[in-house]
Design a protein around this ligand. Structure first.
Ligand code: PLP
Length: 387
């Protein structure tokens, strides 16, 4: 779509031109099945190996530690269910109150249907993990602790290495949902206590439909999908070859450009934040600014509805997102902001702007030009109080 100001990159990203170019031959002429005995298929298998090596390089991992999946959600489920299957005597799971539904809903489902003990660790008012609570939660019955690397709504980064070490001390496995972190922060799993790490292609300029799970060498593993020998018997199903190739190319691009791109993206984000806070009274950033992804800001505009702001921004071609979800006719504020204790009137008016390398200074100018007027107009008709 032309003229769109796309500031919703934590939802999904554009496929990078280099990534598209790399995957196209595997949609056109090189369509062989990598499991085939003939050379035509075998060549495709070589390309998958290269993609696996690229992803391993990005993570500081060994290629044998990478399992390709269909998405971040599948990776999360695979890791948590594998931990529970391989440690059947341990019936406790630790996670946080601010996880993405891919982890949160699964853990609650396991608690509700299989009687697993579940501890959800809280965060403080800046969205930082309560480490005292975490330390107290992990015990010798814990099978797995699952703590996200970075929060999708606020961008707040958690001390996952410290969390992993604590889990290991108790003989528990540690999983991190790094779907928002990979591509935005440096990651090196070489000397880490992290056993499982999930990532997703479409958050780092690869297409939708591909993810990966890092499984540390020596970690016992129980597959989620059965019925084929693919991925060394760890994930059955014919490989989505073009997507796997794309993820490998995206990983190479991240590795080559991360520092430079982070500096550029953070400069855009910081200018937007500064200008909006200066121009809009009763606006506040949610989350710990010192430990945050460089591309994310979550701002509450008090006394107005986030959904209304989004609709009006949309009329100007500006794409952002709100933490609220419209369920059964009632607007529920985000579980993340609620866990942080953000007041009701602020949580409802929260907007997330998330940048990528494809954003420009002109994108920021457009939001600064449009949003203060939208906030003013909505406050004039707000039933919540302050005008
Ligand atoms: N985990 C986090 C933190 C996310 O932000 C998302 C997507 O928004 C997911 C998991 C799910 O990833 P996918 O869309 O690839 O299933």
């Amino acid at each position: 779509m032309p003229n769109v100001v796309y500031l919703d990159n934590n939802a999904t990203t554009a496929v990078a031109p280099e990534v598209l170019e790399a995957m196209l031959p595997y949609l056109r002429e090189s369509y062989g099945n990598p499991s085939s005995i003939h050379t035509f298929g075998g060549l495709v298998m070589n390309r998958i190996s290269e993609a696996r090596e690229a992803l391993a390089r990005l993570l500081g991992a060994h290629p044998s530690e990478i399992i390709f999946t269909s998405c971040g959600t599948e990776s999360d489920s695979t890791a948590i269910l594998s931990a529970l299957a391989t440690l059947p005597d341990r019936r406790h799971v630790v996670t946080t109150r601010v996880e993405h539904p891919a982890v949160r809903t699964l853990c609650r489902h396991l608690h509700d249907t299989q009687g697993l003990r579940l501890t959800e660790v809280g965060v403080d008012h800046q969205g930082r993990l309560d480490m005292d609570q975490y330390r107290a939660a992990v015990d010798d019955e814990t099978a797995v602790a699952s703590v996200m690397w970075a929060n999708n709504e606020t961008g707040v980064i958690f001390p996952v290495e410290e969390c992993a070490a604590i889990a290991r001390d108790h003989g528990a496995l540690f999983h991190t949902d790094a779907v928002q972190a990979v591509g935005k922060v440096p990651i090196n799993l070489a000397n880490s206590a992290i056993d499982f790490l999930s990532l997703s292609g479409h958050k780092l300029h690869a297409p939708k439909g591909v993810g990966a799970l890092f499984v540390r060498r020596g970690t016992r593993f129980s597959p989620f999908l059965l019925g084929g020998h693919q991925e060394s018997n760890r994930r059955a199903g014919t490989e989505a070859v073009p997507n796997l190739v794309a993820l490998g190319r995206a990983a190479d691009l991240v590795l080559a450009n991360l520092d430079k791109e982070n500096t550029a993206v953070a400069a855009l984000r910081d200018r937007l934040e500064r200008e909006l806070l200066a121009r809009c009274p009763d606006a506040k950033v949610n989350g710990d600014s010192a430990h945050r992804l460089p591309n994310t800001t979550n701002i509450s505009f008090e006394f107005i509805e986030g959904e209304a702001i989004l609709l009006l921004l949309d009329q100007h071609g500006i794409c952002a997102s709100s933490g609220s979800a419209c369920t059964t006719g009632s607007l529920e504020p985000s579980h993340v902001l609620r866990a942080m204790g953000v007041p009701f009137t602020a949580a409802h008016g929260s907007i997330r702007f998330s940048f990528s390398i494809y954003n420009t200074a002109a994108d920021v100018d457009k939001v600064i030009e449009v949003l203060p007027g939208i906030v003013r107009r909505l406050r004039e008709i707000s039933p919540f109080g302050r005008k």
